[in-house]
Design a protein around this ligand. Structure first.
Ligand code: SAH
Length: 421
């Protein structure tokens, strides 16, 4: 791979063509703040802006950096890439390990082996094969959808290693085609583009299988593909343990994936509520590919907060309510943040849940952990003066590998609670 920059001490000499691996001899040294040294020595993988004294030396994303202690001793090696508050990821603690094609191939090969049981499962063909720092390379995820790979690049830095990563996928087995999402414009958002990379173009939707259920997936139509793979275990639990014979409400329903699981699991009826206009057609499609008559279900385009008011006015109650809001959302009337507003959301939910009903409370907000989330649940029930019991808890499924030194990486928190009274 050739790139057009070269590092010499602190100065970048532009315009010179060098092989990226060659830059290794002229790496950039990052001086870690004294109080952070221990963390990086113990394997904390995210290079935070606030942890580095001399971020001014960072110029070109994708550059290899060495973290160093106060005595200029090597701690770890990583790359420069801006992602939220992070400015890069640690890749290795071995000073002499080259960050070259072989490095990326080995990481992906190990990751693929860890997903072996998914490849041989006849009922599931959509799963994550590479989960960022959990698989040793922060800023990169790769999902598998029935033979197609979808790569998420979370910074320009990781994107600069694209050739290595695609070549590794080429050498590690067959695939139908590769798509990508570049999630690194100025605001860290998705760059709308033709997402096709190589191989064959899919005919979308492709219909993937998950525990025997079917989901329509579009790999070339915006940032979201139609299903969030990280909720697989929760969908299965809803189908197998909670839905049978129940009247189910699915709020923030997107394409209705939870509603499908509930209907397949024997729900008497599902109601899906989402603000986005296109969620209705998308939900109809998901029901249809599963052979479920969508006309027997309610699919409502409405602000969830308005729906709560409507349901209370009409005295509607549900046996099972799924609550899976985005971390942040702005509608015409509300600015919602899970970190602040979850208890209020849950209180509204409790009000329209039947006696002995079940609530599936979920969040993907990485800024707080399970303990705090369960605190929100407790606060909501306490303030409503309603007793409850936690039936089950879920975090990320096994294909979304995480590492113990980076608990924020395990962002998914789902608590299934039973309402008494
Ligand atoms: N639970 C879904 C994923 C939710 S994604 C699943 O498992 O597939 C978040 C969804 O919330 C988006 O579809 C978005 O349109 C919707 N949304 C955001 N704010 C909303 C609001 N105030 N009322 C209703 N839906 C909202």
């Amino acid at each position: 791979m050739t790139i057009t920059f070269h590092f010499f001490h602190k100065h970048a000499i532009m315009g010179k063509m060098v092989d990226k691996d060659e830059i290794m001899t002229n790496v950039i040294g990052l001086h870690v703040n004294t109080n952070e040294i221990k963390n990086y020595k113990h394997g904390y993988p995210l290079i935070n802006k606030d942890s580095i004294k001399n971020t001014n030396v960072l110029i070109n994303e994708g550059a290899i950096v060495h973290l160093m202690d106060n005595n200029l001793q090597f701690i770890a090696k990583g790359y420069y890439g801006k992602q939220n508050k992070g400015i890069g990821w640690v890749l290795t603690h071995k000073k002499d390990e080259p960050i070259d094609f072989g490095f990326f191939k080995e990481k992906i090969e190990v990751a693929l082996k860890k997903r072996k049981s998914f490849y041989t499962d006849p009922n599931t063909n959509a799963f994550r094969i590479f989960n960022g720092e959990g698989d040793g390379i922060g800023g990169l995820t790769i999902d598998y959808f029935d033979g197609f790979y979808l790569i998420n690049w979370y910074s320009e830095g990781i994107y600069s290693f694209k050739e290595h990563i695609i070549r590794a996928l080429d050498e590690l087995g067959e695939y139908k085609g590769i798509y990508q999402k570049k999630r690194f414009n100025i605001k860290g958002k998705y760059i709308d583009d033709d997402d096709f990379v190589k191989g064959g173009r899919g005919e979308f939707p492709i219909i993937v299988k998950e525990n025997g259920m079917k989901y329509a997936v579009y790999l070339n139509d915006g940032a979201m593909v139609g299903i969030f793979l990280d909720q697989r275990d929760v969908r299965k639990a809803i189908r197998d343990k909670y839905a049978n014979g129940k009247n189910v409400l699915n709020t923030f329903s997107y394409t209705g994936a939870f509603s499908i699981a509930a209907a397949v699991g024997g729900a008497t009826k599902t109601t899906s509520v989402d603000l986005a206009k296109r969620s209705k057609a998308k939900t109809i499609e998901q029901f249809s590919v599963n052979g479920i008559d969508f006309e027997q279900q309610d699919i409502i385009v409405m602000d969830v907060f308005d729906y709560f008011k409507y349901a209370k006015r009409k005295n509607l109650k549900f046996d099972l309510v799924v609550l899976d809001p985005p971390s942040f959302a702005r509608s015409k009337k509300h600015i919602f943040s899970t970190a602040k507003d979850y208890p209020a959301l849950l209180k509204n939910t409790i009000e329209i849940t039947e006696k002995n009903g079940v609530i599936v409370a979920s969040t993907n907000n990485a800024t707080f952990g399970m303990k705090k989330f369960k605190g929100f649940v407790n606060k909501a029930f306490r303030e409503m003066n309603v007793p409850y019991k936690v039936l089950e808890e879920y975090t990320l499924p096994v294909d979304f590998r995480t590492q113990p030194n980076f608990p924020q990486g395990d962002y998914l928190k789902v608590v299934i609670v039973k309402k008494f009274k």
